[in-house]
Design a protein around this ligand. Sequence first.
Ligand SMILES: NC(=O)c1ccc[n+]([C@@H]2O[C@H](COP(=O)([O-])OP(=O)(O)OC[C@H]3O[C@@H](n4cnc5c(N)ncnc54)[C@H](OP(=O)(O)O)[C@@H]3O)[C@@H](O)[C@H]2O)c1
Length: 210
Amino acid sequence: MKITVIGTGNMGSAFVKQLARAGHQVSVTARHLEKAQALAAAHTGVGAIAIADAAASADVLILATGYGDAVDALQSAGDLTGKVVIDISNPLTADYMGLTLGYSTSAAEEIAKALPGVEIVKAFNTVLAQVLGEGADFGNGQTVPVFVASDSLRGKDAAKTLAESMGFATIDAGGLKNARYLEPLAGLNIYLAYGAGLGTSIAPTWISRA
Ligand SMILES: NC(=O)c1ccc[n+]([C@@H]2O[C@H](COP(=O)([O-])OP(=O)(O)OC[C@H]3O[C@@H](n4cnc5c(N)ncnc54)[C@H](OP(=O)(O)O)[C@@H]3O)[C@@H](O)[C@H]2O)c1
């Protein structure tokens, strides 16, 4: 799959590492091209591109900026019509212990509203950067799941394929509206990691009796 990662921070760099390892054709872009070039240089077969070329270089884009920068970043990414964009954001307050929106909307829905014609998928927002970077296998038969919510079946399939190629399990979480549940779920995960002191090698999952 041809994938462009937008952002070179904690999540962007973990995605580049895992996607390259999984054998995808990966490009990375950033506000400052030098940061993308430095990240690309650290991984075999990864290219750095200008943000304006992000859409043209990819089937799927992973938006790895903060929520506040998301729409600006996508609006400078070229023609995204018909492209799949994976939104991993959590609309966090400055202290990371709350959400700035929710209940009647979500970050994913707000991004989708601002970019009509783009197939937005909510995924990976409950996976901490350390977990993404270190991998989905937690041992003892435990595999970190990626919750996937979208109104685009094609988008959902792409996100699932991509997550599974990196070794994650996937859970179909329904339509994009269910990002209203996934973003608070990530909030709880962040509280448990940092507020309750469980650390960053944790992930939410779902169990069911066979
Ligand atoms: N960290 C986690 O564990 C985690 C887990 C799940 C989901 N998330 C979500 O993932 C997203 C990224 O988190 P992070 O921890 O990776 O943040 P981060 O380390 O602060 O990285 C954000 C990246 O976005 C880039 N950026 C900002 N505006 C941009 C623009 N207009 N065009 C291109 N790039 C732009 C920044 O570039 P500059 O360096 O040039 O500013 C930076 O590389 C957030 O929405 C967060 O809620 C994070």
